[in-house]
Design a protein around this ligand. Structure first.
Ligand code: UD1
Length: 420
């Protein structure tokens, strides 16, 4: 079992270029199934979830692999696709396996898979995905944890108002609709930038999608797609993670190759806590040179609100903020597992349902802690960087699902971190 060993108390300094976005790469890898040709993806992060998506593509009969010379280039060839079902074992490896639902039904009219795995952050139903597919003419049977989809003819475009702007459902509907007959209109769609990135990729392959990134997305079905070469957008959550690590440990860093406006809601919180944030078109200049102040209230919301994915590591930074910070987690019901580990490090956090109350303490202390999930694990790393003494973080496999070489990136900023 691998562990991260962190000796805290070192200020971070330097510049990094942020990795490609996991939450854009994964739906795009699934979307490549629709192209029936060769897709070359640049800036694709080397993450265990990306390897899981490539294993699913290979299982389906497609070719998928990282380029031998370009570290972050993936080539996928989906001209051959000889299965429409995915094994339970592969589905359980990650949550994003669910994107193969829309992609396979869109290409073949058939799909059989089990419920996806992923982080344990509360109930993650897919009822919105399924009811949308039914509206498009797909017969969906759910039994014994298995989802069986069949549409004898081409899927039919439909008007689909979402009861909640789910990221995954919006993406799955887009995937199912690109090759459908007629027009699909999604209203109350999720507006996350990764959705715009998926649509941009599909449009590059010959799809006709408008409005992605806004709350109304219109997809005019086309008869076929082709391959393309595409660059995955920068990872706003990874960028925010390294800012939170700096806020926690103190220091000054430059995060290059990001889209600062995607970080507006998180940067507003950092500014309230006393950090300095200056943005150019593609970089954030970030300074945490004074002790942090508490932030009155932070509510997680759908984009462009404060992302649920940033809650854990911003909380870790605010454990030493002077005063009391209140968090309200509105998206997932079980997203405070990291608080128990933070308490072991000396944090003063009380949780009650959706709310966590963080009273700033003077010091955190190194401890043996375990990453409960991906972003919770990143939160523990941030806390360990600001703690006195040595921390040993187990459960690193969760962290590796979303961060490419986290110890390399943090070491380059002067952190004392290694993997054993
Ligand atoms: C996506 C992100 C994930 C992020 C989350 C919230 C990807 C691959 N994953 O996850 O990293 O943490 O958005 O920003 O981009 N819901 C339903 N029924 C459904 C679908 C969702 O009730 O059919 C509910 C969920 O229980 C949850 C909320 O909607 O309370 C948000 O879910 P959703 O936006 O779908 O998140 P994911 O796509 O799972």
């Amino acid at each position: 079992m691998q562990k991260l060993i962190i000796n805290g108390g070192k200020r971070l300094r330097g510049e990094i270029t942020v990795q490609g976005a996991k939450n854009a790469a994964l739906p795009i890898l699934a979307a490549s199934v629709l192209c029936g040709g060769e897709v070359v993806l640049h800036n694709c992060p080397r993450l265990s979830d990306v390897y899981s998506a490539m294993r699913i593509l290979t299982y389906l009969g497609c070719g998928a692999g990282f380029d031998g010379t370009e570290k972050n280039t993936v080539t996928v060839n989906t001209s051959v696709l000889d299965k429409y079902e995915i094994s339970d074992k592969l589905m359980r490896e990650m949550r994003s396996s669910i994107f193969f639902l829309g992609a396979l039904v869109g290409r073949t009219g058939r799909c059989r898979l089990s419920f996806p795995g992923g982080c344990d952050i509360g109930r993650r139903p897919i009822d919105i995905h399924i009811s949308a597919l039914r509206k498009m003419g797909v017969t969906v049977n759910e039994e014994y944890g298995c989802i069986d989809c069949l549409c004898e003819n081409r899927l039919k475009g439909a008007k689909i108002p979402l009861s909640f702007p789910s990221v995954g459902a919006t993406e799955n509907i887009i995937l199912a609709a690109v090759l459908a007959e007629g027009t699909t209109e999604i209203t109350n769609a999720a507006r996350e930038p990764e959705i715009a990135c998926l649509a941009e990729f599909l449009n590059r392959c010959g799809a006709d999608i408008r409005g992605a990134g806004s709350s109304t997305v219109v997809i005019n079905g086309v008869s076929s797609l082709h391959g393309c070469e595409f660059e995955i957008m920068p990872d706003r959550i990874a960028a925010a993670t390294y800012l939170a690590c700096t806020a926690a440990a103190g220091g000054e860093i430059i995060v290059k190759g990001c889209v600062p406006r995607h970080l507006d809601a998180v940067n507003a919180v950092f500014e309230q806590s006393g950090c300095s944030v200056h943005c150019t078109e593609d970089s954030v200049f970030f300074g945490a040179l004074k002790p942090l102040k508490a932030v009155d209230i932070i509510r997680t919301m759908v984009y462009p609100g404060f992302p649920t994915d940033c809650q854990a590591f911003v909380m870790a930074a605010l454990c030493r903020g002077e005063g009391t910070s209140v968090f309200v987690e509105n998206i997932f019901e079980n997203r405070y597992s990291h608080t128990e580990e933070l308490r072991r490090m000396g944090a003063d956090i009380r949780t009650e349902g959706k709310v966590a109350v963080v009273t700033g303490v003077k010091r955190l202390y190194g401890a043996k802690i375990s990453a409960p999930d991906l972003r919770g694990g990143a939160g523990l790393a941030a806390a360990a960087l600001s703690a006195e003494g040595t921390s040993e973080i187990s459960g690193v496999c969760h962290i590796d699902r979303g961060y490419e070489d986290i110890e390399g990136v943090l070491s380059s900023l002067g952190a004392d971190i290694r993997r054993i």
